[in-house]
Ligand binder design. Structure first.
Ligand code: UD1
Ligand code: MG
Length: 464
């Protein structure tokens, strides 16, 4: 980044952090700008050190397979966590500045606030549960960072690493249990009437008890892993996380902006939850944008599993805290489809090679569908053959068969990246990444429209 640009961004960031109205949202924006600058500055400087200690990978989409730094998501995660720690006093500032002498003066408020903190009078007003929620989220993200780095270091088998996010989410789940313990979900009005014909029609809420905690674990395991397996081309991991984060921010803005910009009151109860989500999403957008600068084609760094897990955990965590997991799932439709489509390989019905990323053709310089090959003696039979043949008929897989015996010799790997290549033919790596991110953005757009049009009809109300 040019020094002038960096100085300008630093100035903007500091001005926003020190904004005269002590607005946490502006401060968060400022912290995010600073996090962007820090990540941009650190990645190229730390890259060679990462390679030296073994955090490197071969770029398989290039002719000479250059070795470049990997696990750069760790730099993003550290900057992100530092930003979130620094944000704590800014977020809770208003609880220790209680009364002012007016006209924007704050000296009286600061003094009075500190005194009251010492005497304990103000403490009862302090939102300790919010702070606990915030710290528990950071603890979960920190655990995810450590486990992500461990995965990049030891290259843990995917069947085992699938469960790592389940471990990282424990602080969040237990804090949720002792703090809120809300285990109710809203059902669509028609389903509610079907299940509970004798209950009053509104509200359509059911308590699902322990199942709620199971759903939290499922979400925490799904989000990080689903991003990690929709990968393998420059810019895809960071790009999809960026698109999803931007749409989460747009969804938050739907709740926050009417109150702030138009002054519409009363502010909806969900506004607080969405403000909280914004505080976690904005810095993620900042560090991801910086990472994408270096990870976009031709990549000079890889993001590593650390980034996929970390970003996925931020998504899971904000949706758990903000009670909008269904909205998140609408945004994660490409990941859901990729997971379901990959399931035969993930769960061992069809062989799964270590890498399923598209194959680089050195003659054309384009990426082609990658394949899993079967030895003649192990050619798919029974259910495996039926599944692959059905996929082939539906144009969901490309098969190579023995012309004499009809035995399946190879099948395209079951990922949506390969599926797109099956439909489009070979593509340049950056074109493929752009297509994949376009698909992600299209699903998110449909998701946000559905969320605020169809969903309110189904549920009998819109909670915006
Ligand atoms: C997941 C996928 C795997 C895919 C890999 C690519 C499953 C079950 N696992 O494995 O099929 O091949 O991600 O990230 O679906 N790489 C590139 N270019 C890129 C990104 C990655 O060549 O733009 C290669 C590099 O060699 C890099 C390696 O992929 O070192 C990283 O793979 P890793 O993230 O460790 O793979 P997994 O997450 O285990
Ligand atoms: Mg990975």
């Amino acid at each position: 980044m040019a020094p002038v640009q960096m100085t300008l961004l630093l100035g903007i960031g500091i001005a926003l952090v020190c904004n005269s109205s002590y607005d946490p949202l502006l401060a968060c924006l400022g912290i995010s700008v600073l996090a962007y600058v820090a990540t941009c500055a650190l990645i190229p400087r730390l890259g060679p050190d990462f390679v030296r200690v073994g955090f490197s990978g071969k770029d398989m989409g290039k002719k000479d397979r250059p070795l470049i730094p990997e696990t750069m998501g760790a730099v993003c995660a550290v900057v992100y966590l530092a930003a979130m720690f620094a944000f704590i006093p800014l977020l809770f500032y208003k609880y220790y500045v209680t009364s002012t002498s007016g006209a924007g003066n704050r000296e009286q408020g600061v003094d009075a606030g500190i005194e009251m903190l010492h005497t304990g009078r103000q403490l009862r007003l302090f939102p300790h549960s919010k702070l606990a929620e915030y710290l528990a989220s950071l603890l979960s993200l920190f655990s995810m960072l450590v486990l992500g780095v461990a995965d990049d270091l030891f290259d843990i088998r995917w069947r085992n690493k699938l469960l790592l996010p389940g471990l990282a989410v424990l602080p969040l789940v237990f804090t949720y249990y002792v703090d809120f313990g809300v285990t109710q979900i809203a059902l669509p009005a028609s389903i509610y009437r079907l299940l509970f014909p004798d209950s009053p029609p509104m509200p359509t809420i059911v308590d699902i008890g322990a199942l709620y905690y199971a759903y939290m674990f499922a979400l925490a395991i799904f989000c990080p892993n689903s991003i990690n397996i929709l990968a393998g081309i420059n810019g895809l991991e960071a790009g999809q996380a960026l698109v999803i984060a931007i749409f989460l921010l747009i969804n938050d803005a739907v709740y926050i902006l009417p109150g702030r910009v138009l002054g519409i009151s009363p502010i909806h109860p969900a506004t607080e939850a969405h403000l909280f989500s914004t505080y976690f999403v904005l810095p993620l957008i900042a560090v991801t944008l910086a990472l994408l600068k270096y990870n976009w084609y031709p990549a000079s760094v890889f993001v590593g599993d650390t980034f996929c897990y970390f970003a996925g955990m931020v998504f899971a965590q904000v949706s758990i805290q903000g009670h909008f997991a269904k909205t998140l799932m609408l945004f994660l439709m490409p990941q859901v489809f990729n997971f379901i489509y990959s399931a035969p390989q993930l769960f061992g019905l069809v062989a799964c090679p270590r890498h399923r990323l598209p194959k680089f053709n050195p003659e054309t310089g384009l990426l082609e569908v990658s394949k899993v090959t079967f030895e003649a003696a192990k050619s798919p039979k029974g259910l495996q053959k039926l599944l692959l043949s059905t996929f082939s008929c539906l144009r969901l897989a490309k098969l190579d068969a023995d012309p004499k015996t009809g035995a399946i010799l190879a099948s395209s790997n079951l990922t949506i990246v390969n599926l797109v290549l099956t439909w489009t033919g070979p593509l340049r790596e950056d074109t493929l990444a752009t297509v994949m991110l376009g698909i992600q953005a299209a699903f998110c757009t449909v998701g946000i429209v559905v969320r605020h049009t169809v969903v309110p009809l189904l549920f009998g109300r819109d909670n915006t």
